[in-house]
Design a binder for this molecule. Structure first.
Ligand code: PLP
Length: 395
């Protein structure tokens, strides 16, 4: 059996139509398949590889850490230098109230931890979240996601969860003294890059403060420079009570985090003690890799360069078949008439050497989120290839 047949037979499948590309290496903005064909990574592993693949500083940090130690003990018992240094670096970059980091393995686990923390801190269980939001696939996170098709087969889910339309003032009325938290993506990703209305997000913050409700921003996909700010919420001058990070946080290694004020986080230490436990969360190798990746991101001009690259997308991506283009930094949704059209374009993009995909809740939208290290010239070439792919798709 070849690898494709083995993959289909022995690796659990999540759909009947996996992309099925077989890569042997990845460097910078490129991934290379078994035949040596280069593909520009247009999705960065869904906002993971923000500084591209195989950065030498990240590889060196990983090598240093695996030589020193890998797993020592469950989370929270020993002082592990990579965790300490990374938590310090992150909290230095965040507003004062976000001063304590709980590292997890993944985004969904960060969501779960934050949900528990909100219940524990407020003594309430009602939660407000939004249509077309994605927060992960575990039971709690699944209860939050804003799409009935994905929820319906797994009931019963968590009770007391209420979905509202993103940017809808009606959501404000639903926040009350019984609400534990409002959880939202700062910029909605899988909906097809939907930005928050600045007045609405400010009003949400105010209502949460007034009712003692915790505001949770999920920046698992929006985070780490992609929107032109290190943290997407910086653009809106609105600070959450709990911030969720993952994906790019680990610099290519698995890592997530929920971040809050120490006064809140302390509540996970008593009644019960060990209020949230993980064996591998904050793995030292992941923390070392993530810290190195963050340093690369900050030392380079990558975040500052996002605005100019967003302009390239806006100026180049024009075609009668493109119905809408929504951007949030170097992150875009190129919307076609329907999924069938988008799929034809995506197939052509892949043939042209671009790794392209659609959005979970917006199948007519082509996802554009290349590594932030892409140059403007490379991005222009990518746009030309997309336009050519639209032509070739005959849509
Ligand atoms: N939140 C958002 C906004 C995401 O995009 C994702 C994953 O795509 C998650 C949470 C869940 O993260 P993970 O897949 O690491 O569990």
């Amino acid at each position: 059996m070849n690898n494709r047949a083995l993959f289909l037979q022995h690796v659990a499948q999540t759909s009947d139509a996996p992309m099925g590309l077989e890569m042997v290496s990845a460097k910078g903005i490129y991934q290379y398949d078994v035949d040596g064909k280069a593909y520009v990574d247009l999705i960065s592993g869904f906002s993971v590889c923000n500084i591209g693949h195989g950065h030498p500083q990240v590889l060196a940090a990983i090598e240093k850490q695996i030589t020193a130690y890998m797993h020592l003990i469950v989370y929270g018992e020993f002082i592990q230098t990579p965790q300490v240094r990374y938590a310090k670096k992150l909290t230095d970059l965040l507003p004062d109230s976000l001063n304590c980091v709980y590292f997890t393995n993944s985004g969904a686990e960060a969501v779960e931890g934050a949900m528990k923390l909100a219940k524990r801190v407020t003594g309430r269980s009602k939660m407000i979240c939004f249509d077309n939001s994605y927060h992960g696939s575990t039971q709690g996170a699944l209860s939050l996601i804003g799409d009935e098709y994905f929820r319906q087969s797994f009931r019963p889910l968590l009770p007391g969860i209420y979905h509202h339309r993103f940017n809808d003032p009606v959501a404000l009325e639903a926040i009350d003294e019984d609400t534990a938290c409002v959880i939202m993506e700062t910029v909605q990703a899988e909906a097809g890059i939907i930005r928050p209305d600045p007045d609405w997000i400010t009003a949400i913050r105010e209502k949460c403060t007034r009712t003692g409700t915790l505001l949770i921003f999920d920046e698992i996909q929006a985070g780490f420079g992609r929107t032109g700010h290190l943290f997407a919420f910086e653009k809106y001058g609105t600070v959450p009570d709990i911030l969720l990070l993952a994906k790019a946080l680990g610099g290519g290694m698995p890592l997530g985090a929920f971040i809050a004020d120490k006064k809140l986080m302390r509540q996970l230490t008593y009644n019960p003690v060990l209020g949230h436990i993980t064996t591998f969360g904050g793995h030292p190798v992941s923390c070392a890799a993530g810290l190195a990746a963050l340093e690369v991101l900050l030392e380079g001009d990558y975040i500052a360069g996002v605005a100019a690259k967003e302009k390239v997308l806006k100026s180049k991506l024009r075609h009668p078949a493109i119905k809408k283009l929504r951007t949030a930094g170097l992150w875009a949704c190129l919307e076609f008439a329907d999924f069938e059209t988008n799929k034809k374009v995506i197939d052509q993009c892949i043939q042209a050497g671009l790794i392209a995909d659609w959005f979970l809740f917006n199948p007519a939208g082509l996802r554009i989120g290349p590594p932030l290290i892409i140059t403007e010239k490379q991005l222009e070439e990518v746009c030309d290839k997309i336009l050519l792919s639209i032509e070739k798709a005959g849509v």
